[in-house]
Design a protein around this ligand. Sequence first.
Ligand SMILES: [Ca+2]
Length: 322
Amino acid sequence: MIKRNILLSPVLILLCFVWLCCDKTGKPAVEDPIVETPPTPEEPPEPEEPEPLTASDIIFMNSFEDGNLNVWDDWDKNPAPENTLLQDPGPFNTPNNHVMRLWVKPGRGGADVVKVLPSPHDKVYARWYAKWEEGFDFTAKNHGGGLHAGDRNLMGVAGRRPDGADMARIGFEYDARNAKAFLYAYYRGMDMDCADPNGSCWGDHLPCFLSANYCKDPALREKPGKPTPKLEAGKWYCIELLMDMGTPTPTQEGADGVVSFWIDGVEYGPFENLWLRTVPSLKIRNFDASLFHHGEHGDAGVVYDNIVIAKKRIGMNKVVGE
Ligand SMILES: [Ca+2]
């Protein structure tokens, strides 16, 4: 028995080392053919505007008018020019308005701000405005930011399926092959990119517009007649995410987590009956605005404004206090 433990210990240490050293920022999007939803002959979908929020609905908001980023919980403090406040009319064309710019140095790397929410939640909406600057290179592989359940230290973990008690996250990004928007999601029930025989597992694409090898669940495919837009540089987008952790369940059976997102008020979900957690203590605790590139990329960045995290749907209009 003692001999066995002596043999096992180096193996365990090696495994821990491999895990700690692994790429915690995720691999590039799967190299799989894109299956585009055919264009629809129907009129484009109309945005839906929800009821206005009250102050008590709001968990956190920031419009970058403080002159600094002190309300954020930034540990890595991406210094200028990676993370800067700029004067810009913003999404509401407001004089003397300010926005936050994220810019990534040449090569692999990222810029971000993190907010540890003042309270943990089972269901959260996050809305922000973003503009990819003129000349932005959408062909560069990327990851974006969004909502994270679990400890802040696990926000960058990638390459494995969460255990249902540790973490879950959804980030808004684009496919580098066609600039189409989607959510890149890590959660207990994720299943699209887990064929690696070594047990590695990479994020789901919501909606899924890859081949049938990945898009195994028809409910998670792009909805007919509602393809997600291809992002364009130089225009403001209103982006809103919903993450509802759902009932904690030991298996997929009975799981009812929900993820959805809106672009300019048009919903491209919901994705329902997702297995996001096994325990009630796994709650949404963090938000980040982030731009990560896997390798070489263009010199343009992305600007953010009017970030609101709330208990209810936020919509495109200004909220109380903005
Ligand atoms: Ca502003």
